[in-house]
Design a protein around this ligand. Structure first.
Ligand code: PEP
Ligand code: CO
Length: 447
């Protein structure tokens, strides 16, 4: 069946806004189509070949960032903190596994959110649900909740500015391995976890000194001086994604140039619907969430639709079952895919299956459940003799109080209120994310 960037429009679609002003929508789409791409096709191809390595167990995928980015919390400090956190986690995971870590941020485009209900009702007032800043506003007012096409332009601009800063951090010296100590974030420096990170940094310092004595330093080896952080988001709002999709002049293939990698959410992965249609035609590396409702045959059909050539590194399946469900639901799916000989990059999202309500009324996730789902994921892969290729987290480099538990930053139900800033789902704060990395470093098989 022929594919075009707009062929998804012929299919049923879920989780989309209803725009009132169709003329404005069209104008915005045309504007976006004329803007420069945010990423370049060759970068997406490079990520795909790295993911192919992850799928073979030769690299580890670390994907993480906000549940949803926001227009109001947009500042250099938060971007820098997430970048530093990714570097720290990268160090911990790389040191323990001996494998390169592929860093992919949920950033520079993660603005659209699927919602469990189309409407929200408070004290008898019913308004359209908030669907992410690229669509409407979060305030519970009629004006804010009207979907505004112009928000797509704002999201494009913010994504471009964010990626510009990330590229500067990656290439400009902050990622230099001689600066591992400086990545430690102020609010974890003094707790035991910060100290543990410092010990690891000392070991890296020693290795750097040894290498420098051998004549290998950041001047002679760019790998020691710079890094690459790729971007990703859920490609939910297809009006935006279509407008960002361009034909690559080098290969003649289509790339969604809004991010290096895009994924399909658990609620919009229906085989006969628009998101699958859109994704099958773009050549980026792509992800698809796999929740507890996924059937075995359905999963094989989905893989065939999205990766008909069984290309390595093309398809990342992001498992999100929940700590209490993964042991029952996941092994049959994994076995089916393994036995069918499909090339898949399996990772675990231990966030979305572990949402709960705290006794104090907050949407939260408990650290022990998050850790447990990750550990079970690795154990299941070990048992099946297959590759567990990475983790997918909602996290922030900031000192927030959104998820409960952990040893380094123990947050109680009562403590959630103090810095609960998320735009959507609760994120691990920097010390919780770093603690998770240290705990995993004994779990992930090394080389
Ligand atoms: C998400 O990753 O933010 C998300 C909504 O996940 P899922 O589609 O797995 O629910
Ligand atoms: Co989320």
């Amino acid at each position: 069946m022929s594919w075009t960037p707009s062929s998804w429009r012929n299919f049923p679609i879920k989780q989309q806004p209803t725009y009132q002003d169709q003329n404005l929508l069209k104008t915005v789409e045309e504007k976006l189509s004329s803007f420069p791409p945010i990423i370049f096709a060759a970068e997406a191809r490079r990520l795909k070949s790295k993911l192919a390595r992850a799928g073979r167990g030769e690299a580890f995928l670390l994907q993480g960032g906000d549940c949803a980015e926001s227009f109001s919390d947009f500042d250099a400090e938060s971007i820098k903190n997430l970048f530093k956190l990714m570097l720290q986690m990268n160090m911990v995971l790389m040191y323990s596994t001996g494998k390169p870590v592929i860093k992919v941020g949920r950033i520079a485009g993660q603005f659209a959110k699927p919602r469990s209900s189309d409407f929200e009702e408070i004290d008898g007032v019913k308004l359209p649900s908030y669907r992410g800043d690229i669509i409407n506003g979060m305030k519970f007012t009629e004006e804010d909740r009207i979907p505004n096409p112009y928000n797509m332009i704002k999201a494009y601009n913010q994504s471009a500015a964010t990626l510009n800063l990330l590229r500067a951090f990656s290439r400009g010296g902050l990622a230099d391995l001689n600066r591992v100590h400086q990545w430690n974030l102020d609010f974890i420096k003094d707790n035991p976890l910060g100290k543990r990170y410092d010990e690891l940094s000392n070991k890296i310092d020693h290795s750097m000194k040894f290498m420098a004595a051998c004549g290998l330093n950041s001047d002679t080896l760019p790998q020691l001086h710079q890094t690459t952080l790729y971007t990703s988001h859920e490609a939910l709002l297809l009006n935006y994604e279509e407008a960002m999709t361009r034909e690559d002049s080098e290969t003649g293939k289509w790339y969604d140039c809004s991010a290096h990698m895009l994924w399909i959410g658990d609620r919009t992965r229906d085989l006969s619907e628009a998101h699958i249609e859109f994704f099958r035609g773009i050549d980026n590396p792509i992800g698809c969430k796999v929740g507890p409702s996924m059937g075995e045959d359905e999963l094989i059909e989905l893989i065939d639709a999205l990766n008909p050539d069984n290309e390595e590194g093309r398809l990342n399946l992001i498992v999100r079952m929940g700590a209490g469900t993964i042991a029952e639901k996941y092994p049959p799916l994994l076995k089916k895919v393994r036995d069918a000989g499909k090339n898949v990059v399996w990772t675990i999202d231990p966030m979305h299956g572990n949402v709960e309500k705290s006794s104090t009324g907050f949407k939260t996730r408990n650290f022990d459940n998050i850790l447990s789902e990750v550990e079970q994921f690795f154990a299941i892969h070990k048992e099946m003799g297959t590759v567990a290729a990475g983790i997918h987290l909602e996290m922030t480099g900031n000192d927030v109080t959104e998820c409960t538990g952990s040893t380094s930053s123990p947050i109680t139900d009562e403590g959630l209120a103090s810095r609960y800033h998320t735009q959507c789902d609760p994120r691990l704060n920097a010390s919780q994310a770093l603690e998770l990395s240290f705990m995993l470093s004994g779990t992930i098989p090394g080389v």
